[in-house]
Write a protein that binds this ligand. Structure first.
Ligand SMILES: [Zn+2]
Ligand SMILES: [Zn+2]
Length: 270
């Protein structure tokens, strides 16, 4: 069975555990592939990031555990690059491209912060917010180094009860479908991210089921990640999400190997 997570935060940014603690937990939970993806540098206060001075130490520590535990688990060095932050082109096995900010306002730091963004900056207009957010995702699509587009509908983190918009709104969905098409053309992998379930904000993974159905129809490349900030949630909601993906019609999931990304049958993940 394949068990993989390439979206893992540690003490190098806003995660709760050390690199080695997470590796030990992953081995205990029977993971076969684990990738670290510290937040890259970004010049905005109050946003989690790796300190520039720590970057080399981060790389060395991940390489150390990669070698130390190589008989038990395949470990990879990655980074979660924010579109508004520094771009890292060298020395990583893979890069997740994400957008966490609109202007200098964080999308996902707190519900209070999101309400401020939604009400003050966008006057309650979800289409305007999503339009600006997708402009940022479009930029990530042009970055050659980016392999995976992280949490595609992050702006829905606090929308479980559809407080801000309706997940089935056709005008909204047509904007998302266009974005999905663009990501597919740019040959990026779209992340299925269970992080908001671990934090108790959502009951299902990003992207929403309505988006997943379109992605399956279009044969989008996908990867399953937990966006782990706490080792206890390293495989949060994995089985139920795999079941949902299969039911929706996905046949394959991408995995990272020493020779890059390859697709594997979804049946190998359960
Ligand atoms: Zn993120
Ligand atoms: Zn993350």
């Amino acid at each position: 069975m394949i068990k993989q997570n390439l979206h893992t935060h540690s003490l190098f940014c806003d995660g709760k555990n050390s690199i080695e603690e997470i590796v030990n937990e992953a081995i205990k939970k029977n993971f076969s592939i684990l990738g670290f993806s510290s937040h890259g540098e970004i010049n905005v206060d109050g946003v989690s990031k790796i300190k520039h001075a720590d970057l080399e130490r981060y790389k060395e520590e991940v390489k150390m555990v990669k070698d130390k535990y190589k008989s038990q688990i395949n470990i990879f060095l990655g980074i979660e690059e924010d579109v508004a932050g520094e771009r890292y082109l060298e020395g990583f096995d893979y890069i997740i491209g994400s957008c966490h900010l609109l202007g200098n306002m964080a999308i996902d730091n707190s519900k209070k912060g999101f309400i401020e963004l939604f009400n003050d900056k966008y006057k309650g207009n979800i289409y305007a917010l999503v339009k600006d957010y997708f402009k940022e995702i479009s930029k990530l699509c042009t970055y050659k180094e980016v392999d995976i587009i992280g949490h595609l509908d992050l702006y829905s983190k606090y929308n479980e009860e559809e407080e801000f918009f309706n997940f089935s709104d056709q005008k909204y969905l047509s904007m998302v479908y266009k974005m999905v098409d663009e990501i597919i053309v740019s040959n990026k992998i779209i992340e299925i991210n269970t992080g908001a379930i671990a934090r108790g904000h959502r009951k299902s993974a990003y992207p929403h089921k309505n988006i997943l159905e379109y992605m399956a129809k279009k044969n989008a490349k996908i990867i399953l990640n937990s966006d782990c900030h706490d080792k206890d949630f390293l495989d949060c909601a994995y089985l139920k999400t795999i079941e949902l993906l299969e039911k929706i019609g996905f046949k394959e999931i991408m995995v990272l190997t020493e020779n890059g990304f390859v697709s594997k049958s979804i049946t190998e993940f359960r």
